[in-house]
Design a protein around this ligand. Structure first.
Ligand code: AQP
Length: 325
């Protein structure tokens, strides 16, 4: 089984990225050939600071390592170091209907969010993502719920290519976790937690204990007093219960029992303590890699070399199928 997934180095990674995507990767690397990418070409489709992009790339790599992704078992690399991603994206662009891209939820959301910067890259994002996935003959793409639509489009693009030219690509499937597939914003719990939203709406994986306490303490809760899971009526508390359950591996039912007749305040204090403890390895790994950046560069260069070898094999097949050299 072959696995591919990636994360954009935009702003700061949050617990939604970890629970929706990265947490699944760690288990998969013992059962499958895994390729985990830092998708910097995707990140530049929204406004960003050129001076900090490389730091953000290193931070994503630090998160992968701190989560338990082992470079001896899995390939970790930066997208822009393997140019075949751009080449395949161009080839796939020529068989992707414009209408399919215009109806993507993420394109609509991001065009509304970045009105001053609705660029063609934002529209073509899912084609580049299809190239990322298809280059590695991927079977499974472990992602959060918001990326399901893009993986379905990837599958459709692969199907179209195979039937128009010849059978070059495997048809990949999304793998969405049962719990944590859509962690919601702390301040507006009916919206998903996002890297490009305001800082108090998310818990960053590198947040300090003080920041975690403050953000959880002021997270939006619901009217009433009960700590009960009901996303429609109690979206705030339900989101906090999901986060608690995912990090503690206790079921939501058990947590409801444990916190019967307890106050929101106590529940939030316990959740903040749990997060402070479980996110400690992320803070430590970041500090360690900052003090030794050459180690990280070696891992990424080695990863790109391995990834390129696989990608070159696939792109050659795609070129020939399309009548190119
Ligand atoms: N709130 C979330 N809950 C669960 N999973 C999530 N993911 C993102 N948000 C949540 C998953 O994390 C991975 C990262 O994907 P990405 O970097 O390509 O960006 P994204 O999906 O657009 O995520 P963000 O963090 O919300 O970024 P912005 O602000 O740029 O939109 C994916 O597997 C995603 O499903």
């Amino acid at each position: 089984m072959k696995v591919f997934s990636g994360i954009q180095p935009t702003n700061e990674l949050h617990i939604g990225n970890y629970l929706g995507a990265i947490k699944q990767w760690v288990d998969l690397q013992n059962q499958a050939e895994c390729v985990f990418c830092i998708v910097d070409w995707h990140a530049i489709t929204v406004p960003y600071d050129t001076k900090v992009l490389q730091t953000k790339i290193h931070e994503v790599a630090a998160v992968y390592l701190a989560s338990g992704i082992d470079p001896q078992k899995s390939i970790i690399f930066v997208q822009s170091q393997v140019k075949e991603h751009a080449e395949l994206a161009w080839l796939l662009n020529t068989i992707t209907p414009l209408g399919d891209l215009q109806r993507m939820t993420q394109f609509k959301d991001k065009s509304a969010k970045f009105l001053q910067n609705i660029n063609a890259g934002l529209l073509n994002y899912p084609v580049l993502m299809a190239a990322d996935v298809l280059l590695y003959q991927t079977d499974v793409v472990p992602v959060g719920e918001d990326q399901k639509q893009h993986v379905e489009l990837t599958r459709e693009i692969a199907r179209r290519f195979n039937s128009k030219f010849s059978e070059v690509f495997k048809l990949p499937k999304a793998q969405i976790p049962k719990i944590g597939a859509r962690i919601m914003s702390l301040t507006e719990p009916t919206k998903k937690m996002s890297k490009t939203d305001k800082a108090e709406s998310r818990i960053g994986l590198f947040d300090s204990p003080e920041q975690i306490k403050e953000k959880i303490g002021s997270a939006t809760t619901d009217s009433g007093k009960e700590i009960r899971y009901n996303p429609k009526e109690k979206p705030g508390i339900s989101n906090l219960l999901t986060i608690y359950s995912s990090f503690s591996n206790q079921s939501i039912k058990d947590l409801e029992k444990e916190f019967t007749d307890q106050s929101y305040q106590l529940f939030k204090q316990k959740l903040a303590d749990l997060l402070i403890e479980t996110l400690e390895p992320f803070r430590a790994q970041k500090a360690k890699l900052e003090s030794n950046p050459s180690q990280l560069n070696e891992i990424l260069t080695d990863g790109a070399n391995h990834a390129r070898a696989i990608a070159q094999d696939t792109i050659q097949k795609a070129r020939s199928a399309m009548g190119l050299n």
